[in-house]
Write a protein that binds this ligand. Structure first.
Ligand code: ADP
Length: 273
């Protein structure tokens, strides 16, 4: 049984107004436990709207979201508990740091789960260690941290809840290449060690190809592809037709070809485009 599933999931912003926009259109996906899923698609294809449904932050206009086989909206009063099972880290999560100290910020989620003080303490320390935040930083104000440290502190706040499913929406946006590699490496380590299911939304297909076991492609509010890295990236011409970054797609495609994957020949059209 998949850990995460959507069935004919649709979402319309501003329904019934002149600004009506279908952001997610009949998306049905099934994600197995332990997968590392990269979510790609051009800007505005519906990635953020889709992932915000998976922990109940947005209620579907129609269709269902199932976590561990359970419809998360079957009992709307229990929706909060889904947020502990499916942790969502937004874009620019450091904008949500608010507590007096980094420690208190990371502790906020586990405290809300009703864990005792010792367990909260363990969770904070282990999450901080995962993202390589030095222990002395825990007593500082989050506003005194560097940009990269703030980002890592915000991610630690989600890791500390030890969610079964971890969703990160562009976790490396705005970081320099070194900061990007550090965070991606930490997420990969976390996933390997915990065996948790991870969804990573990224505009960098190279990052996605590097760390993911599966790739989900959103295009014009629909799920256009879901498969392994080679299954998706060997359909290079289709990806290029979806407005994705052609040089990136081509590099990944050629890398797969060099490793002996069976690829379609249409990539040359993509290369010329
Ligand atoms: P992505 O994450 O792939 O860039 P989004 O899910 O953010 O895509 O957006 C999908 C579509 O929904 C876009 O056309 C976007 O303009 C629209 N949209 C996103 N958020 C809102 C909102 N709060 N109100 C109205 N339209 C929105």
């Amino acid at each position: 049984m998949p850990i995460l599933e959507t069935k004919e999931l649709s979402y319309v912003y501003g329904q019934g107004t002149p600004f009506e926009k279908t952001a997610v259109d009949h998306v049905s996906i099934a994600i197995d436990e332990g997968e590392f899923v990269g979510v790609i698609g051009h800007t505005g294809s519906g990635k953020s709207t889709l992932v915000q449904h998976l922990n109940g932050l947005i209620q579907p206009t129609s269709g269902t979201v199932l976590v561990d086989g359970r419809d998360i909206w079957a009992e709307p009063k229990k929706i909060r508990s889904v947020r502990f099972e499916v942790g969502l880290c937004f874009q620019y999560p450091e904008h949500q740091l608010f507590a007096e100290t980094v420690y208190k910020d990371i502790a906020f989620g586990p405290q809300n789960m009703g864990l005792n003080e010792d367990e909260v303490n363990n969770r904070v320390k282990s999450a901080a260690q995962f993202v390589s935040l030095k222990p002395e930083l825990l007593e500082k104000s989050p506003f005194d941290l560097s940009g990269g440290e703030k980002r890592r502190a915000a991610i630690a706040g989600v890791l500390a809840m030890e969610p079964k499913v971890l969703i990160l929406d562009e976790p490396t946006a705005g970081l320099d290449p070194k900061g990007r590699d550090v965070i991606l490496g930490q997420i990969r380590e976390y996933q390997k060690e915990r065996g948790s299911t991870v969804l990573l939304v990224s505009h960098s297909m190279e990052d996605v190809a590097r760390v993911s076991s599966k790739v989900l492609v959103m295009n014009e509010s629909k799920c256009a592809m879901y498969g392994t890295v080679d299954q998706v990236f060997t359909r290079a011409s289709e990806l290029a037709g979806m407005g994705l970054n052609i040089p990136q797609v081509t590099r990944i495609f050629l890398g797969l070809k060099a490793r002996g994957y069976d690829v379609n020949t249409c990539v040359y059209t993509a290369r010329q485009g």
